[in-house]
Design a protein around this ligand. Structure first.
Ligand code: GLN
Length: 495
């Protein structure tokens, strides 16, 4: 029995019918993780004992005829990006700064999956503190793309994307501040959803940019992503930005796109740096949607061209503020042997943080310094309003926007080494976080030339995430669910 390709419904049917027990499934999945992850390095911590304990509860419930009472994720293996707290695990944010940090409580979104019956398999790799687009910035070594081990899985949630793509588990949770769910999902050929800001509680997520961060699912199918969204969304008293979310995302999933208005942004397809292969695929996807009965309308987001500049002001400013708590006294690695406090701070933060984290902190500290913040931070906030208004106007004439996720498919490890080129990987994703809308990456086949997965981005009006999921389900009926990558321990292009 291989579990790698099974979805939520398949696993639950197998458990219910007695084809396998939860304990047997966990044993098999851990064996696959051991075999594949020596190559891929998606996991930072495997929670074997917790997984078997949860599996025993599932098996006991099945024996007692109470399987359905466990909840909608009964028996579903899941793992979490390592910036999500889970009691009994470390939460390292892939940083030396938090190498020994034990989760003091469990994030609301994580707890909701456990309360719904999921089986926790562990914590997943990421760019340090979620700064990056390739997972090469992890202090514990990069994750590799299961489709081609010489390539990056995208970032910063490279661990969750690669683990799901490689069939180590069916679903995972990640976080997205400027593209960190959608871009790795597109690089790894899986579904990745950044819900509308406020749909999922951020309580227990280590903050990067509090006004931009959202937690969301990775899955191989749209249906599985919708199942996870149903479980994790909703108001939480621990996060005052979270909202009630009474929608059942499964309800309208297969309603089809006939009569739906899909917006395309001509300027996005003319963007410098957009790979021809990606452009052609997005045009093909547009045609496919038209053939399924959707109305294609052109929309304009005139201020989106300023999104990158605004994001790389607002993001570092918020990160600078959020990361000030990691000083070796309140939290994190503490360098010893310093007589004075400022020397200790400096040594702790210099040794604890990697280069990209230091770069963002320095940038944020400069941008917020007196005399400077009026020049950058204020205009960036004004640009934010303009971009939000652009989206609101666009959504008066369409129900969902189709766009590229990333200007190009997965690049080789080490290929993009200067920070600015790395930042450009987010040119199509950051404006959605700035405006707060829902956005997702949907796999739409492999590139004809590269043979690598390509993702189409679907963007929904705030709190209408069901629109993009419905379009995604229609695309899934055209492009299918990509096969499990890395089906043998060593994939194409390995060492
Ligand atoms: N790649 C972007 C950055 O480096 C986005 C990161 C994210 O969404 N966490 O900031």
């Amino acid at each position: 029995m291989t579990f790698g390709a099974l979805d939520i419904a398949g696993i639950q049917a197998g458990l219910r019918d007695g084809a396998f027990s939860a304990a047997e499934m966990v044993e098999q999945m851990l064996a696959r993780i051991r075999a594949v992850d020596t190559q891929v390095h998606a996991f930072l911590e495997v929670t074997e004992e917790m997984a078997y304990a949860a599996a025993r509860l599932v098996d006991a419930a099945i024996a007692a005829g109470a399987f359905e009472e466990l909840g909608p994720l009964a028996g579903i293996p899941i793992a979490y990006k390592d910036n999500l707290n889970l009691v009994g695990t470390h939460t390292t944010c892939a940083s030396r700064m938090l190498e020994n940090y034990q989760s003091p409580y469990t994030a609301t979104a994580v707890q909701k999956t456990l309360d719904a019956g999921a089986i926790p398999l562990g914590k997943l790799n990421m760019d340090e503190f979620a700064f990056g687009s390739s997972t090469e910035m992890s202090a514990f070594g990069p994750t590799r793309n299961p489709w081609d081990l010489n390539r990056v899985p995208g970032g910063s949630s490279g661990g969750p994307a690669a683990a799901v793509a490689a069939g180590m588990l069916p679903v995972a949770l990640g976080s997205d501040t400027g593209g960190s769910i959608r871009q790795p999902a597109s690089f790894c050929g899986v579904v990745g959803v950044k819900p509308t800001y406020g749909m999922v509680s951020r309580f227990g997520l280590v903050a990067f940019g509090s006004s931009l961060d959202q937690i969301g699912p990775f899955a191989r199918s749209v249906r599985d992503a919708a199942c996870i969204l149903n479980v994790v969304s909703g108001r939480d008293s621990h996060d005052c930005t979270s909202q009630e979310c009474p929608v059942d995302f499964l309800d309208s999933l297969y309603g089809g796109v006939a009569g739906m208005r899909i917006g395309i942004v001509p300027a996005f397809l003319e963007a410098p740096g957009l790979d021809a292969e990606v452009k052609t695929r997005i045009e093909e996807v547009t045609d496919a949607l038209r053939q399924l009965g959707a109305h294609i309308v052109e929309v304009e987001l005139p201020n989106a061209r300023a999104a990158m500049s605004a994001y790389y002001v607002l993001g570092p400013c918020e990160a600078f503020s959020n990361l000030s708590r990691f000083d070796g006294v309140r939290y994190g690695y503490c360098a010893s042997g310093h007589a004075d406090l400022s020397g200790q701070y400096e040594a702790s933060r210099s040794a604890g943080f990697g280069p990209e984290v230091r770069r963002r902190i320095m940038l944020g500290s400069y941008l917020l310094s007196s005399g400077v913040y009026r020049k950058y931070y204020y205009p960036a906030q004004q640009v934010r309003t303009l971009i939000t208004q652009d989206y609101a106007r666009a959504f008066e004439t369409c129900d969902c926007i189709l766009a590229p996720v990333s200007p190009r498919p997965a690049w080789k490890l080490g290929e993009v080494s200067d920070p600015t080129s790395m930042y450009l990987a987010d040119m199509f994703t950051v404006s959605i976080n700035i405006a707060g809308n829902g956005g997702m990456s949907m796999p739409v086949g492999l590139g004809a030339a590269s043979g690598l997965p390509i993702g189409a981005q679907l963007i929904a009006p705030a709190f209408h995430d069901q629109n993009m999921l419905r379009v995604a389900a229609a695309l899934e009926s055209v492009y299918g669910i990509p096969p499990v990558a890395c089906d043998v321990p060593v994939a194409r292009g390995g060492e």
